[in-house]
Design a protein around this ligand. Sequence first.
Ligand code: PLP
Length: 430
Amino acid sequence: MRPDTLCVQGGYQPQCGEPRQVPIYATTTFKYDTTQHMGDLFDLKASGYFYTRLANPTNDLVAKKIAALEGGVAAILTSSGQAASTFAILNICNAGDHVVSSAQIYGGTFNLFAVSLKKLGIEFTFVDPDADEKTIQAAFRPNTKCVFGETVANPSGVILDIEKFAKIAHKNGVPLIVDNTFPTPILCRPFRFGADIVTHATTKYMDGHSSQVGGCIVDSGNFDWTRYPERFAGLVEPDESYHGLSYTEKFGKLAYITKCTAHLMRDFGSIPSPFNAFLVNLGLESLHVRMRRHAESALKIAKWLKSREEVAWVNYAGLSDSKYKKLLKKQFDGPAPCGVMTFGIKGGRKASIKFMDSLKLIGIVTHVADAWSCVLHPASHTHRQLTDKQLKEAGIPPDLIRLSIGLEDPQDLIEDIEQALKKVKVNKKK
Ligand SMILES: *Cc1c(COP(=O)(O)O)cnc(C)c1O
């Protein structure tokens, strides 16, 4: 099946007389006939469901669709994008380990890495994703366990050179994990460029209708953990909490996702409700249609913004003068990376606020990447504790507006932006 067909029919093909739509298994538990059978499930000797904190059939059908879309061997749904990033790291890192991460990542992920996982004893070194290989290589340590990056960084729009990062990761004998939330597999499939594991906030485009918070981890199955049995002992060596089972020995290419289920989900929870998985699946059924429309409308609006004298700058990789033009062409299917862009208005912070307050159709929300167009002003919202000087250091100009283009008629959005721009009094020479 091609991606557009997978969006509709991937993961679940009902047999004769079975429900057309993915059933919601609203059950905590599953019944078995014998004590032995249930015991074998607990020992991972038999496969099957026994408790929804570890796994649920609705979730797995939806995860299978996402795995197929990314071209991976297996996937697991999580209760949020944050949980997906946490588990993707914790599945291979222990206290005392180290991770090399792109510095251009979602703010929530940055806090997770730099604050919370650091408190658990995992250290992160953040590198400029545009740096050369030598500079990135210098960040590695003997205890580095993986490399992390974001295909299209939220909110900076920086495009990750996946092949460059995969090459460096593999040279150092570690996997590359990529957060592919913004392009989704419709516009970019990171496994084609050497990424080993992909994460998603399904909260965004995959759901697409602001209806649930969720995440997903997909494994390509390509990274050979057994080549480095000491480095990835948790996957290769016996797990005493399962009577000495080795995940790689027993499950082969499914080792990483099986450990995520059997170990992290068992101990930490973070499983999504099957009802939320059902909502994600409804979103996935139209993902291919929506993503192309998001990208097409965003490109049109980015070009229009660029032509306006009130606008100081526009950052969108789809624009012809973007420094990521070559990378976009190589890694993406289509002329634009997603529906999200950033721009600034002449007149700085004050003008940006006036502009946003004047919008009528485009809403002020913390969310991005769904059917409803929206804006966020990081200097007033997500980063409001920072001074203008600190904002500059964090790479967030005080005038930066994040604009997420939804599925409305782009001409209506342009007219909304135009009337709001007219309300901003700008010193045009500035
Ligand atoms: C929103 C987002 C996340 C976190 O997802 P939640 O579902 O909000 O936890 C992670 N990565 C990216 C790129 C995001 O945009």
